[in-house]
Design a protein around this ligand. Structure first.
Ligand code: ME8
Length: 652
């Protein structure tokens, strides 16, 4: 039976703010998953979206769209991004999927019934505008640390998970299984900052919003988003459903991969939940570092978001995948700069890899009519290149097992660099000058083609377009010659195969020109971010919630327009006399002359705000306001009762 391998990324918040940092986890996991598949391992690679919680509910509401509809669109965009980046996931889970929701309810029930979840009261300092609870120590000068406004001590009825019960087992797990939590630095962080000071029971339900999975036996509560989200790793495999085939096959996970900021949830809360459910623990939790923009965390509001769609469009998917996998020392924070990106493409991809392939295919074309010649005159200098090729796969296996992805690429590049040096050392252009030299030249060309085949084959998990282009240039169609198995013996490339130099694999970029281009994009992004922020402020003003007591202060009545005329010297204004059943008529000035003629107005029934303070408009005192609806396309219409009403009827 094939060895199995279950690898997961975190499930992504449908924030819609995708930048290259967001793609980091998925690209790394993808390379590992592809590598394992090529080794003949039965891989299950899971990713998905984390769709519940107050934040997303609020954003959707502010956009005026039903929450699910709002999220569906963003999830579609995320899937497009994964498609663009050739992410080869086996399953995409959404926490709004019905099977997941049902399984989470089952889990919650089970934990409640066995006493691991209990009902109590959550007490904390509550900031109403932010809808957030804070502990006393988190407050800044006794006020909300986020917005600086006053907070009040509030209690919320909640369910709690007995996390404290599992504290000692988790400490033991981390201390006794150094492989469980990696890299090492994260172990000390978890032990010293959270576990040894003592774990508190975890609040696992909320009542202040409802965009979540309902607690089955107490539906005014929704399940805490992290409990909902973490369980995706087992519900995606069918845990809690009628069909647990995948769960039985793939669980426990071999690697949960994530950014360092969510290691706490995966190495403390998640094991505690699994322990309570009596399910085996994942083999490894790995918290990688952040990809920063220069020295800053990427954020849309800072305008330093590097857009993967733009980069792929201009430089190709493989350039981005290569940069992400090679540039950052895995486990540590890395820094993206436009300059280092372009330099990596120019040096590693264009100068080293691209050049090697084009030089060799050009020489085979020129000296051997495009057919790979038979090797027949070995010299000691060949041994080093051959050994390097033959040893490559073994090194890569070790690198991938240790999650040393950049080192894996470095090892492939050692072969590329050695092959380029081999060309300089063997001087094919001199060998080509004599018949005797040509005998030796055949061997040199064969060895180079074979070395390039090693490179293309081993690059397959990391780059998704380039290896196939190289195979096409080498005329290799046989799938067996693109497999890891074919790397056992140097010499598998078939003599006589026809090569095709074709187009260059990579372009060489003018650094300054590209930097100017990218600066232009960042500038545009900043402009857009600023405009969006302004719009949000504007929206926030319009959508600010008010209590019923405030609304009741507004008096609305049905009025009938009795007279109407244009206001002299004011293009936009009409002055109406309105019957509000008060005995005398009110004078109301409205800015609607562009939409209605005075004649059209007369006889219309309208909605009037009757208790507005009078204002003078163009010298006329306006004693109320006529309500209208308007849209973005410049339409405007009066609001009228659906059927004729008595003038002065109250609107409630
Ligand atoms: O945390 N560099 O989702 P998320 C590297 N829903 N990695 C980055 C990054 C950057 N600049 N920015 C984001 C969540 N990431 C939860 C997970 S799992 C049960 C729930 C990574 O959308 C981040 O570290 O905020 C994480 O691994 C992934 O993107 C998703 O983050």
């Amino acid at each position: 039976m094939a060895e199995k391998f279950y690898i997961t990324t975190p499930i992504y918040y449908p924030s819609g703010k995708w930048h290259i940092g967001t793609c980091y986890t998925t690209i790394v996991c993808d390379a590992i998953a592809r590598f394992k598949r090529m080794q003949g391992v039965d891989v299950f690679y899971l990713t998905g979206t984390d769709e519940h919680g107050q934040k997303i509910q609020k954003v959707a509401q502010a956009a005026g769209v039903p929450v699910k509809e709002y999220i569906d669109k963003i999830v579609g965009e995320l899937k497009d991004l994964w498609k663009l980046l050739d992410i080869s996931y086996d399953k995409f889970i959404r926490t709004t999927d019905e099977y997941h929701e049902k399984a989470v309810q089952k889990i919650f029930n089970k934990l409640y019934e066995q006493g691991d979840i209990y009902k109590s009261e959550y007490e904390g300092w509550y900031c109403t505008p932010c809808e957030a609870f804070w502990t006393k120590s988190q407050l800044v000068d006794g006020k909300c640390p986020d917005c600086g406004r006053p907070v009040e001590l509030m209690k919320e009825e909640s369910y709690f998970f007995k996390m404290s019960k599992y504290q000692d087992r988790i400490i033991k797990l981390i201390e006794e299984n150094p492989d469980f939590l990696q890299p090492l630095s994260r172990q000390n962080e978890m032990l010293n900052n959270f576990l040894r000071p003592g774990l508190q029971d975890l609040c696992v339900s909320r009542t202040s919003f409802d965009w979540g999975i309902k607690v089955p036996f107490d539906p005014k509560h929704v399940v805490y988003v992290w409990l909902d989200a973490l369980t995706n790793y087992i519900t995606a495999l069918g845990y809690g459903s009628d069909d647990t085939t995948l769960f039985d096959k793939y669980w426990p996970a071999d690697i949960h991969m994530m950014g360092k900021e969510i290691v706490r949830f995966h190495s403390i809360i998640w094991p505690a939940i699994l322990m309570a459910l009596d399910i085996p623990l994942p083999k490894k939790v790995y918290g990688h570092g952040w990809l920063k923009f220069g020295t800053d965390k990427m954020s849309k509001s800072k305008g330093n978001v590097v857009d993967p769609f733009i980069l792929c469009d201009r430089y190709g998917v493989d350039a981005l995948r290569y940069y992400m996998l090679r540039e950052v020392q895995f486990g540590q924070d890395g820094s993206y700069t436009n300059e280092s990106f372009i330099k990596r493409i120019n040096s590693d991809l264009t100068n080293e890899l691209g050049n090697l392939v084009s030089r060799v295919t050009a020489m085979v074309t020129q000296y051997f009519g495009g057919q790979i010649p038979a090797p027949n005159a070995e010299e000691p200098i060949d041994a080093e290149l051959k050994e390097l090729c033959q040893g490559l796969y073994g090194k890569l296996c070790k690198d991938i097992d240790q999650l040393a992805v950049p080192q894996a690429l470095e090892h492939i590049w050692e072969v590329i660099q050695r092959a380029n040096k081999y060309i300089d050392e063997t001087t094919p252009w001199i060998l080509a000058k004599s018949e005797e030299g040509k005998v030796r030249l055949a061997t040199v060309m064969y060895n180079l083609c074979e070395a390039i085949r090693y490179v293309a084959t081993t690059l397959r998990p990391f780059l998704t377009k380039t290896p196939d282009k190289i195979f096409a240039k080498l005329g290799i169609e046989d799938e067996a010659l693109k497999s890891f198995d074919s790397l056992a013996v140097f010499g598998a490339t078939k003599v006589g195969t026809t090569v095709d130099k074709g187009e260059a694999l990579f372009v060489r970029y003018d650094l300054n020109k590209e930097l100017a281009y990218m600066d232009g994009i960042i500038e545009e992004q900043m402009k857009q971010a600023k405009a969006k922020e302004e719009k949000q402020v504007e929206n926030a003003v319009t959508i600010q919630e008010i209590g019923i007591e405030e609304f009741e202060k507004v008096q609305l009545k049905v009025g009938t327009i009795v007279e109407c005329e244009k206001v002299p010297k004011a293009d936009k204004l009409l002055c109406s006399k309105v019957d509000l059943g008060e005995g005398s008529l009110r004078t109301i000035v409205s800015g609607i002359a562009k939409y209605y003629t005075p004649e059209e107005m007369v006889g219309k029934q309208v909605v009037v705000v009757t208790n507005l303070k009078p204002v003078k408009l163009c010298g006329i005192e306006s004693q109320g306001m006529v309500l209208c609806a308007s849209d973005d396309e410049g339409n405007l219409t009066l609001i009228s009762p659906a059927t004729k009403m008595k003038s002065g009827s109250e609107i409630r």
